[in-house]
Design a binder for this molecule. Sequence first.
Ligand SMILES: [Ca+2]
Ligand SMILES: [Ca+2]
Length: 264
Amino acid sequence: MKKILLIVFLFYAVASLQAQVSPAANNSTGGSATLSNGGYLAWSVGEPIIGTVSVSTGSTTVTITQGVLQTWPEAVKNLMLTLYLEGLFRGGSMAKAQNASGDEFLGDVADKITIELHDASAYSTLVYTASGIPLSTTGQANVTIPGRNYGSYYVTVKHRNSLETTTAAPVSFANGTVEYSFDVPSKVFGNNLKGVNESYCIYAGDVNGDGFINAADINSLSSAASVFSTGYITDDVNGDGIVDAMDLILTDNNAANFIAVKKP
Ligand SMILES: [Ca+2]
Ligand SMILES: [Ca+2]
């Protein structure tokens, strides 16, 4: 009789132990969620309790009570712009910017530009800036933008001695790839492009970057030209590595037409 009682006791003891350890079967479970604000969460279940987090995904709420919370690599947007800079444009493609001894940049990079995203309803609000972006001789500039920027934005292009130029309207960043070409005046704010050899270019000659191509830029150029300045310098409007009459002519033509920045 004692043996039977012992066996029954052991049976219940083992069954009880199994019930206690059964949650371990969840060790390998986990999941992820895309949040309504564009962010992401990923988690695993079965690790020591580290806290409780509730997040809204828009239609549902995910509550994490156990496990490891980790960041998920943020998705990015591939912004692909096409544009020509008047100073470097040689008809069909652009020349590579020169310094005192040769090409300033390797490969097919003509020069580098800054790309800005501005708020669609409040242009003065700068949302994102990407500087030092290579612009190829064929006018391509590709840059990755953090995925949290999934709205619509004005896209502004800046260059060391070209006129700041902006898209005609906000551009949607809803998709993973965003393509935009500054190829016709109607796609640029204020139609502010210059026709050159059946193509359209961003105006050259805003040497001091103040949004106007005028006497101040010409004065700067004249000073540099008088001492034959050479190198990768802002006064070199046509990018050939020396400041001379060619740069003055380009800038003077635009100044004569009172060319200035146009933005929302
Ligand atoms: Ca200027
Ligand atoms: Ca030059």
